[in-house]
Design a protein around this ligand. Structure first.
Ligand code: HAM
Length: 435
């Protein structure tokens, strides 16, 4: 039987050009995390399924998790998200640590989803989380960090927006004002979470199917019509939800003060699919209609540590996926060209006896921390420029009989076409030209 050489459905092979894209986006992620003092962490690829059952939500558990029994009859899953692992790790050490804890990671995750634009079965996700920050300072820092990352890729407010809500508001309206019992409130949450993915008529039908009474329906649609901070604050004031007003006003004030308000829009349909969120929730969307999937999702979760029997320690964070981010960068022409590798010096020789000379020269350059690649067999001068170009070379060297006799090399700058004949003993001069 002939085996398929395609990767498993919904996963990707990363050939060098794709890997260069990955390295680029990961380096920007690390750089941005470091700018805010976030420390790197990592965890295992496998966790017990119970860890996700506790708080991740039914969609993840029932439809998306890759789970199996190991040889010791433990029911385990390939991580579909990082937050439960992070919470588990934080619960082990937080008592000895000064707060807040600021951590980041770029794990690969697997979810059994229907592969489509922006959705695969394996993706990499930049996670930044802060634990134990006072009141709403964690929320504002996390949202600002996500914006800084997008700006570090060259994006502006014309390219993306952050749609944000507060589960405290949704709870106040669903539970206190509409008086929904917890099961119905949970179902309304799920309907709301789907509202962006379905036509408005189907959404209305889904709400009707919940058989809300007339007063509940009216409140729900009033809430759903609040598409700005001003409108939701007016509604909350009118119905006397003063605590909810305080939280969202404080967030909006901070955002204004940091001049990031132009990126953020209040959106009543953002509630997030994961069950652990308790406060601010947000998603980043591409403004280009071609990319409808969220680039990033996050929020605050006050009680996740409780599942490990610990006192609550408030956490806030986000996950930003490589698939949607790459689509975003390509759509907005923000992705540099990674089609060729980057080579400083491409070393070629033109006669059969040139190999040793070329290898010695390469050793000297590497000792000076100059990246170089040796063409391992003789190459004709007329061919070598196209080969060097494919290797992304900045400089190409030529070594023929004359050069070997005089211990020199010909070195040519591929873009300026400037050419030098230099003694291989004069390393200082070589380095000056190359740098
Ligand atoms: P999430 O919304 O499930 O949140 O995922 C965050 C981001 O990961 C999404 O916005 C999307 O960019 C990417 N993503 C998720 N699933 C896929 C997929 N199947 N294919 C491609 N990309 C995907 C979480 O996972 C939370 N744990 C994030 C978090 C961290 N909240 C607090 N801290």
């Amino acid at each position: 039987m002939k085996l398929s050489n395609q990767p498993y459905k919904g996963t990707r092979d990363f050939f060098p050009p794709e890997k260069r894209v990955h390295d680029y986006i990961f380096s920007k992620m690390r750089e941005t995390a470091h700018l805010y003092g976030y420390e790197a962490y990592d965890g295992p690829l496998l966790e017990e399924v119970d860890l996700y059952k506790a708080k991740s939500g039914e969609e993840l558990i029932n439809e998306q998790i890759y789970s199996f029994y190991d040889r010791g009859e433990r029911f385990v899953a390939i991580r579909p998200e990082m937050t439960p692992t992070l919470a588990r790790m934080v619960s082990r050490i937080h008592k000895e640590q000064s707060k807040p804890l600021r951590w980041y990671s770029i794990p690969n995750l697997m979810r059994y989803e229907k592969p489509q634009k922006g959705r695969l079965r394996e993706h990499w996700q930049f996670n930044c989380d802060i634990f134990g920050a006072p009141s709403s300072t964690g929320e504002i820092e996390i949202v600002q960090l996500a914006i800084t990352l997008m700006k570090n890729f060259g994006a502006t407010e014309n390219d993306f927006e952050i749609l944000l809500n507060d589960r405290g508001i949704v709870d106040a309206i669903f539970t206190k004002q509409m008086n929904l019992e917890s099961e119905k409130s949970h179902r309304l949450y799920k309907v709301l979470d789907k509202s962006k993915k379905v036509e408005s008529l189907s959404f209305k039908k889904m709400v009707t199917e919940l058989t809300l009474d007339a007063r509940q329906e009216e409140l729900f649609w009033n809430y759903y019509g609040c598409d700005s901070f001003e409108k939701i604050i007016t509604l909350l004031n009118a119905i006397g939800e003063i605590d909810a007003v305080k939280n969202i006003t404080s967030f909006a004030d901070h955002a204004k003060h940091l001049e990031i308000d132009k990126f953020i829009k209040y959106d009543p349909s953002i509630v997030r699919g994961l069950d652990y969120y308790t406060g601010i929730v947000f998603e980043i969307f591409d403004k280009h209609p071609e990319n409808a999937r969220a680039i990033c999702g996050g929020g605050s979760y006050a009680n996740l540590l409780k599942i490990f029997g610990e006192d609550p320690l408030p956490g806030v964070g986000f996950g930003l996926g490589d698939v949607t981010l790459t689509d975003f960068l390509v759509t907005h022409n923000l992705m540099p060209d990674f089609s060729s590798p980057e080579t400083e010096v491409y070393i070629t020789f033109q006669t059969d006896d040139g190999l040793k000379f070329a290898l010695n020269f390469a050793t000297k350059l590497r000792a000076e921390k100059i990246n170089c690649v040796v063409n391992l067999e003789p190459i004709k001068v007329k061919k070598l420029f196209s080969v060097a170009e494919k290797k992304g070379a900045r400089f190409v060297t030529m070594i023929g009989t004359d050069e070997m006799a005089s211990n020199t090399i010909q070195i040519k700058n591929m873009s300026t076409k400037e050419q030098h004949n230099i003694s291989t003993l004069n390393i200082a001069e070589l380095v000056r030209i190359l740098k």
